[in-house]
Design a protein around this ligand. Structure first.
Ligand SMILES: N[C@@H](CCC(=O)N[C@@H](CS)C(=O)NCC(=O)O)C(=O)O
Length: 345
């Protein structure tokens, strides 16, 4: 069998965005080889465009591995455009916007939960620090890994402030994670994925973070097992959906969405939307840190320029909708708090 048209995904298994991309390609039935970041195989490939993992190397028409792409959200869009069979993003523009919103919530809010539990809890930080060096270099000696673990953990713990995990925000993050598990549990009792009987990009955005929160890191794993064993089964299943047959009829009817989906959107509107708006306002004013209220509780963190862009991308997607499609989106978002993303546009 020829192999010239295989993609390469370069990353590590402990990276939530790597897991998002790898699971998405499996669902897409796009052939790929997984290459460990920093390995000799990775070094032989084109360099990454951004200092981030994962990155994707796409074959050109002749199978040459020339082009490297970073950032999973635009990567998934590129793959949908280039390989239309089993596209991830819904073709209905209104549903597509909802899917983008769920994806963004997974990528940018659940990642706060992931980073918070992994690096602010001693047991989790010890666990992650101990094995992460080996995930990049299995042959490290005990001394080398101890040094790598100490420096990597120090770097990640210092980054907690960038993500927004601190003593003020911890209760907001933990309460949101617990609610999200309950809401997803209720939703998947009737609808196996966020937007129906088939996954969209949003499922993989949430899956990537949940691969860590539900299946990997001790404190949130224990929590999720006690709150919702069903979400463990969901997360484990999302890892490889290559065998799931899907069609356009599998998406929900956006005009009669299940209450359980609106309840999840209400969680997005409760915490993530006010966060995005406050962050973007602070970025616009040139702030380095900002404070706001989320869910009636205080929040403070460093401003995040990338997340100000996330808001712009969501708004651009909304602005591109026809009036009829925007009205369908407005109807489902009304009363969830998510409508404030687009009010006044
Ligand atoms: N928005 C990016 C985020 C990727 C990301 O933040 N990756 C993390 C690892 S999970 C990373 O590479 N961080 C920089 C580092 O570890 O040096 C995406 O969706 O790909």
């Amino acid at each position: 069998m020829g192999n010239v048209h295989e993609f390469r995904i370069v990353g590590v298994g402990a990276s939530p965005y790597t897991r998002k991309l790898r699971a998405a390609l499996r669902f897409r039935r796009l052939p790929f080889r997984f290459v460990v970041s920093g390995s000799k195989e990775a070094r032989a490939l084109p360099d990454r465009p951004l200092p981030l993992i994962p990155y994707l190397i796409a074959p050109d028409a002749d199978g040459n591995l020339a082009v490297a792409k970073s950032d999973t959200t635009p990567i998934l869009t590129y793959l949908d455009d280039a390989y239309p069979e089993r596209r991830l993003r819904p073709s209905d523009p209104a549903l597509r916007l909802l899917d983008l919103l769920v994806e963004d919530f997974g990528d940018e809010w659940l990642t706060k939960c992931m980073f918070h539990y992994r690096w602010s809890k001693e047991a989790d930080a010890r666990c992650a620090g101990a094995y992460l060096p080996f995930s990049m270099n299995m042959q490290m000696t005990a001394e080398e890994s101890a040094a790598a673990s100490a420096s990597f953990s120090k770097r990640q713990i210092a980054r907690l402030r960038v993500v927004g995990s601190n003593a003020t925000t911890a209760p907001v993050i933990e309460a949101s994670w617990g609610r999200f598990l309950q809401l997803l549990d209720a939703h998947i009792q009737n609808s196996p994925y966020f937007l129906g009987n088939r996954p969209g990009a949003g499922d993989f955005g949430c899956f990537g973070q949940m691969a860590m929160l539900v299946m990997n890191d001790p404190t949130p794993v224990a929590l999720s097992r006690s709150i919702s064993p069903r979400t463990y089964a969901w997360t484990e299943r999302c890892e490889d959906l290559s065998g799931l047959d899907v069609s356009d009829a599998d998406w929900i009817d956006i005009c009669s969405p299940p209450d359980t989906l609106r309840n999840i959107l209400s969680e997005v509107g409760r915490v993530y939307v006010p966060y995005l708006l406050a962050n973007a306002a602070a970025v616009q004013q040139g702030g380095v840190t900002f404070q706001c209220e989320l869910d009636g509780q205080p929040w403070e963190q460093d401003t995040v320029t990338y997340q100000a862009k996330c808001l712009v991308w969501l708004r651009d997607a909304y602005a591109a909708l026809s009036q009829a499609d925007a009205a369908r989106v407005d109807r489902i978002l009304k009363g969830t708090g998510c409508e404030f993303l687009f009010s006044g546009l």
